[in-house]
Ligand binder design. Structure first.
Ligand code: ZN
Length: 553
């Protein structure tokens, strides 16, 4: 291991690796004079680097393995060995003990020798080190110690008993709702469902794309739905029509926006809350699951000077995450990037970000018109879903600007007909469309309980390769909550529109013919990427079927 005094500053390491350049450093130093933040923090806030870049760079430099903190669950007895504040101060998290060794994940290498001494002194065990992303470690320390002292399930049970006893209805529902939000965040849920049933209220979470029932509460708690509506700015007197609202709340030191929608069912109002983390840091393309050769393709498309780039996929398929990962490949120092979003999920100071305000008349289409007078190089439009936005976005892209947006279609090639449906003529599509990335998210096999097995014929047939000898699956463990899966990765297809394909689009040639041409020129469809990830042991055939369907696309 390198001696403390010889360790290179992270800025230099990142520059050597080509992640940042001299100009980024100069700009960050100017910013530092005003903001007085740490240099690395500034580089990150400006969108030049991610914490993943920092952690993996340090990991390579020091030869200490990288660990994704989201993929581990620290044991109770390990947590109890340390005081939470010591962990926070030194940014390390104990994970597990095996024999006379204790696994630790940490972020700050300048303090490495002190942390190693501290752990050895405190536990008498030999620390086995891993490097993780600092923000994830800090969040994990706060959350794990909080839930160690305040087990969430028993807090919710206690609150429900108190609410049941409260015949006068003097006790509010705010605490109950807050506990459910906390529970959802702990479970990494993306959506929270309040489902009134005949005799009870069922609460379910969508985690990694799959619904999980988490709680059945007595019918009395249906009153919580009125509180939720009030909190979200929804008219509580209206109980017959679907409504939408939103609220923001800080959960375990992180800011979240909750998008609320109601529909009326036979047993009462059904509420779904979409959980959006406001402080999420932007990730890189390879971290999201793009293969290295495809990262280059996507970077090429995003670096075109004008035209339109579309991200497609269903709601919740991570389109805006990819859009922002793509924006990170742009040289933000040299380009004026303006966005209109609904809502702003990732904040990057070097972008000019705006948010739709329908009530005030600030729509996607209007925003693009204003932007054209604001000297843009790149315009990001959160979503194209109507004729007006489609028309304005395409005309902006054919007048010398790069337009980035998302569209709801099932496949990359389907975007062409979708744009036609939205009234854009074939000539304009051919003239401006640069490329389409269509994507879905599949769950990854839990690394903690992953095992190989001999696949049956049906699975081999599905994958189109009868010679496969081994596939992988999760057997279920505490870390993955018994599901065998942990976290998600992208499956995708990238359609690059070259000159010949543009001619085909212009001539209104059938989509089959365009697909045929694309395949001949190296296009891989989403199914083939998914199969590759199954064969590599990243995900499973079941997961592939769940997301893409049982029929080959
Ligand atoms: Zn597991």
């Amino acid at each position: 291991m390198i001696e403390q005094q010889k360790r290179k500053p992270i800025g230099i390491l990142l520059k050597e690796k080509g992640i940042i350049n001299e100009e980024h450093i100069k700009f960050a130093l100017m910013e530092q004079k005003i903001s007085a933040e740490r240099f690395g923090e500034i580089l990150e806030h400006l969108g030049f680097i991610t914490q993943y870049d920092v952690a993996t760079t340090l990991s390579e430099q020091e030869n200490i393995p990288f660990l994704d903190v989201d993929e581990v669950l620290p044991g109770k007895k390990e947590l109890q060995l340390f005081n939470k504040n010591i962990c926070l101060k030194n940014v390390f998290l104990p994970i597990s003990i095996e024999g006379n060794e204790i696994s630790i994940v940490l972020a700050d290498l300048f303090n490495l020798e002190n942390i190693v001494q501290l752990i050895t002194r405190q536990t008498g065990l030999r620390p086995v080190l891993h490097i993780g992303e600092e923000n994830k470690i800090i969040n994990a320390i706060s959350a794990n110690y909080y839930f160690l002292e305040n087990p969430i399930e028993s807090q919710i049970d206690k609150e429900i008993s108190l609410l049941k006893l409260d015949i006068e209805h003097a006790r509010g529902y705010d605490k109950f709702i807050h506990l459910i939000l906390q529970y959802a965040v702990k479970m990494r849920a993306t959506d929270i469902h309040f489902r009134p049933m005949e005799k009870s209220l069922s609460i379910a979470f969508r985690i990694d794309g799959v619904m999980h029932a988490v709680l059945i509460a007595p019918n009395d708690l249906l009153r919580a739905i009125s509180s939720l509506k009030m909190k979200s700015g929804i008219d509580i007197a209206e109980q017959r029509l679907p409504q939408d609202g939103r609220f923001s709340e800080t959960i375990l030191n992180n800011d979240y926006e909750f998008r609320v929608s109601t529909i009326v069912t036979e047993y009462g109002e059904n509420v779904v809350i979409r959980v959006l983390s406001v402080s999420s840091s932007v990730m890189g393309l390879s971290q999201l699951g793009f293969y290295e050769e495809d990262v280059n393709q996507v970077e090429d498309i995003f670096n075109e000077p004008f035209g339109i780039v579309l991200l497609t996929g269903p709601t919740g398929s991570g389109k805006s995450t990819t859009l922002f990962a793509g924006i990170r490949c742009l040289d933000l120092m040299k380009k004026n990037v303006i966005t209109v979003e609904n809502p702003i999920e990732y904040r990057i100071p070097l972008l000019r970000q705006t948010q739709v305000n329908t009530k005030a008349g600030y729509t996607f289409a209007n925003a693009i018109r204003y932007f054209l007078r604001h000297d843009p190089d790149v315009i990001l439009v959160g979503e194209i879903r109507d004729q007006e936005t489609a028309g304005t976005a395409i005309s902006a892209s054919s007048t010398g600007h790069l337009v980035l947006s998302t569209l709801h279609t099932n496949s990359a090639i389907g975007s062409i007909s979708r744009l036609k449906d939205l009234g854009v003529n074939s000539f304009l599509i051919a003239d401006s469309l640069l490329g389409i990335v269509s994507q879905r998210l599949v769950r990854k096999i839990c690394p903690n309980c992953k095992e190989g097995y001999k696949p049956g014929n049906e699975e081999k047939e599905y994958l189109g390769d009868m010679n496969i000898e081994v596939l992988f699956r999760g057997t279920s463990c505490e870390v993955c909550g018994g599901t065998g899966y942990l976290g998600r990765t992208l499956i995708y297809e990238i359609l690059k529109v070259d000159k010949n394909m543009a001619v085909m689009i212009d001539k209104n040639e059938p989509l089959d013919a365009i697909t045929g041409y694309a395949v001949k020129h190296g296009f891989h469809d989403i199914f083939s990427i998914c199969c590759r990830k199954v064969i590599e042991g990243v995900t499973t055939v079941d997961e592939c079927k769940r997301v893409i369907g049982k029929m080959r696309i």
